[in-house]
Design a protein around this ligand. Sequence first.
Ligand code: CTP
Length: 397
Amino acid sequence: MATAVHGKTILLIIGGGIAAFKALELVRELRRAGAHVLPVLTENGARFVTPLSLGALAGEKVRSSLWDLEDEAAMGHIQLSRAADLIVVCPATADLLARAATGQANDLASTILLATDTPVLMVPAMNVRMWLHPATQRNLATLRGDGVTVMTPDEGEMACGEFGPGRLPEVPAIMAAIAAQFGDKPLAGRHALVTAGPTHEPIDPVRFIGNHSSGKQGFAIAAALAGLGAKVTLVAGPVHLPTPVGVSRIDVITARDMAAACEAALPADIAVMVAAVADWHVATAGQKLKKGGGAPPALTMVENPDILAGIGHHAQRPALVVGFAAETEDLLANAAAKRARKGADWIVANDVSQGVFGADATHVHFVSAAGPEDWGASPKQAVAERLAKRIADHFSP
Ligand code: CTP
């Protein structure tokens, strides 16, 4: 993927946050991949990263001020804003996001962002409260509406000691997002609907029935499809994963919510149903169940809608319907039967007796009308990329 940046010029704006030091690693990776980096350091960025180390790693002069006459004589800020193939803001602080969203031009970085006509990728990093604040969320929506790609920060422990979303994504994820900006877009103009993660079915207001699905495979597929240019709607069960770049996410809890969200997302050209949907819900989930000394409560289970089968036989059936099969025995026979029963074109069959849930690696068989193909053991990321490529080839062989 990273080779997509070879020979490209990246204008890298480094904002003032504790994550700024990671931008140095990004510069190194970009140059290793053959990109030319034009570094712009904000005044506050310079409190975390020295122009000397940044300039040395980039092999370029670091620009910081609108008022540097020497720079303006060589390349004015308007010209600079157009000199790159891509502008990356990393870290994009809450302040930079706000200034970009409101079109301010009060320093070199914000002026470049206002004057440019090249694509912009923002990589936010900030305190969790700042990230979740409605003002920041409003700014994000504005920027995305303006066509700016904004990555979702990682979740975890932060430098300030708090926990939650706000950490700078890891450098390989940033590199992948940058590469995706330059890749082929064979799925441009196609709408893909993807389900991912588990569902939770309430037993009562405090308990639920769930499963071990991590959502990793479905999120990776959504990311890969978006990377190929598809408009992706990701209907996600309860998981703590960042939303992939360029993906519209709808969070749901139960199978019935997931079915309704999928129905509302139609029409679509592609459906990839990866979620581990609960087959049943509990009939009455009104009051908290009490021990009360008697016999344990009997739960009455009611069958959930089969979302894949519903989509596979829908009046507005997407042109390509892909299901997953989680099996513990007779993998290929069960997958072929599921393919026919649910009206899917393809089934990606997973042997879940071997600890696939939550893991990063898997071993799948791809089952189509032509029969099964063994895709061997590979990371979920690789399965996602291979499947997305196969989907793209299906539409433009
Ligand atoms: N699926 C779905 N809605 C359901 C159940 C499953 O959309 N209510 C989808 C899954 O997302 C997956 C496929 O159907 O793409 C197969 O899921 P799996 O759990 O393997 O099969 P089930 O239909 O649940 O059948 P069984 O549990 O009998 O193996």
